[in-house]
Design a protein around this ligand. Structure first.
Ligand code: PHE
Length: 458
């Protein structure tokens, strides 16, 4: 066991890291981003980014974490490059920003457990009044934050691991069930076509940018969450196979979530697919309607169970998001884990309030800003997603890659990855890692970043 506590075994790390990756990003975020990004073309670009850019970033993050046994900030100092620990600090900031809105959506999912349990399938029509009911939504978000805090304060192997191991497989089975059901509905094929057949004319710059942001967000990259989790992994673990498994699991579940949602949209819109680009409300509007068509008690049971599992998937992600600021403050400021949790929870909750107000309650935060090629004004949550998910995470990924290949040097990275993965030495992946960490990934990320800044502001 690593000195600061570690995962009890390999499965523990994989389950926790996959638990971090699989969450609202897959089931809530991916379908609506696909809807807004024009369908199949977004999926294609997203898949391409996950395997060519994100997998090497993930391997690098976990390797840095394991080598140093430190949090996202301390890791850079421990390698002897204190000046580079600003990358970790950027990660802590991203973690706080992401958790601030993530916790809100998790709160909605939590609230939906009760709506489904009381067979209130009409919530689809009343979704706006649901999200603008501040007392309700605020309390759900608060409860969710308390649950996250409780798990994180228990420490790494006590809390995170146990939850992840049981619930992930159940969630997959449940989604599979809904996929099968949705494919039997009329007009489901129109939905499937929208989802799976890329339409090149739909491609916009924002499609590429959002697909990249979504890939980083969904795989929990670019903010040191996986440096932090990597710090709890034993030296004899095979990082290459773990990281490959985590990527496949995460991408697989996102793809499944799309297979679940788009046939449903096809059915609900009788094939016209109108409203598919409606944004963050997509699953909260389509799913209850479908559970409603199952009807009565069965629909209520399926719906309730679905949102319970979604909440657990969200919880294993919120836990990893909070672990970043918490392990940073525990290690670097020398405060107790409990205190660190309380401080982080309060800060995150406060930062999340404008996102909460920006769903109908306050006009100012609901129509907060308009950028680039977007057609309608973004609410506060949309702006934070643009900054944190689509900008800070890829920027963090870029900096981590520059650091690992040019400052820390790729020989050291190599050596760390090779520990526990002897076959890596002569593998094709190693050759690709050399090329991609030093040149391909930094150049691609940097050009997308610069073009976006120009597109947005000029
Ligand atoms: N990957 C998580 C999800 O898809 C969200 C997340 C992002 C978690 C960044 C940790 C770090 O829901």
């Amino acid at each position: 066991m690593a000195p600061r506590g570690g995962f009890s075994n390999r499965l523990g790390f994989i389950a926790a890291a996959a638990g971090s990756a699989v969450g609202l990003g897959n089931i809530w975020g991916f379908p609506f981003e696909v809807g807004q990004g024009g369908g199949g073309i977004f999926v294609l670009i997203y898949l391409f980014f996950c395997f060519t850019l994100c997998l090497p970033v993930m391997l690098t993050e976990v390797a840095i974490g394991r080598r140093t046994n430190k949090n996202a900030v301390g890791a850079f100092t421990a390698l002897g490059y204190k000046r580079w620990n600003f990358i970790g600090k950027l990660g802590v900031l991203s973690g706080v920003l992401i958790l601030s809105f993530y916790n809100l959506i998790a709160g909605w999912s939590f609230g939906y457990i009760f709506e489904m349990a009381t067979a209130n399938f009409n919530i689809s029509e009343g979704f706006n009044s649901f999200t603008s009911d501040l007392l309700k939504v605020g309390s759900y978000a608060l409860i969710f934050m308390l649950m996250t805090s409780l798990v994180v304060s228990k420490g790494i192997s006590g809390g995170i691991e146990k939850i992840a191991k049981i619930l992930m497989p159940t969630l997959i089975l449940m989604i599979l069930g809904v996929v099968i059901y949705s494919l039997t509905l009329p007009h489901s094929m129109e939905g499937l076509k929208f989802y799976l057949l890329p339409d090149l004319s739909e491609i916009k710059f924002s499609t590429i940018y959002n697909a990249m942001g979504q890939a980083f967000f969904s795989l929990s990259l670019g903010m040191g969450a996986l440096i932090t989790y990597g710090s709890y992994v034993g030296k004899n673990e095979n990082l290459v196979s773990s990281v490959t498994f985590i990527t496949l699991a995460d991408v697989g579940i996102a793809v499944l979530a799309g297979l679940m949602i788009f046939p449903l949209v096809g059915f609900l819109t009788e094939g016209s697919m109108s409203g598919v680009n409606s944004g963050p409300e997509l699953i909260f509007v389509t799913l209850p309607k479908i559970f409603g068509t199952i009807g009565g008690v069965t629909g209520a049971i399926v719906g309730t169970f679905f949102f319970i599992l979604l909440c657990f998937a969200a919880l294993t992600s919120t836990v990893s998001l909070m672990e970043v600021p918490v392990s940073y403050t525990v290690d670097e400021w020398g405060i107790s884990r409990k205190k660190a949790v309380v401080i982080s929870a309060i800060v995150v909750f406060l930062v999340g309030i404008p996102s909460m107000l920006g769903h109908g309650f306050s006009c100012f935060f609901t129509e907060f800003a308009q950028f680039g090629d977007s057609e309608k004004p973004l609410n506060f949550l949309g702006v934070i997603m643009g900054i944190a998910n689509d900008t800070f995470l890829p920027l963090g990924g870029f900096l981590i890659m520059i650091f690992a290949s040019h400052i820390w040097k790729k020989e050291n990275l190599d050596q760390e990855i090779m520990m526990g993965a002897p076959k890596y030495e002569s593998s094709l992946l190693r050759k690709y890692m050399h090329l991609s960490t030093s040149y391909i990934i930094p150049i691609v990320l940097f050009s997308i970043f610069v073009t976006t800044v120009i597109n947005t502001f000029f």
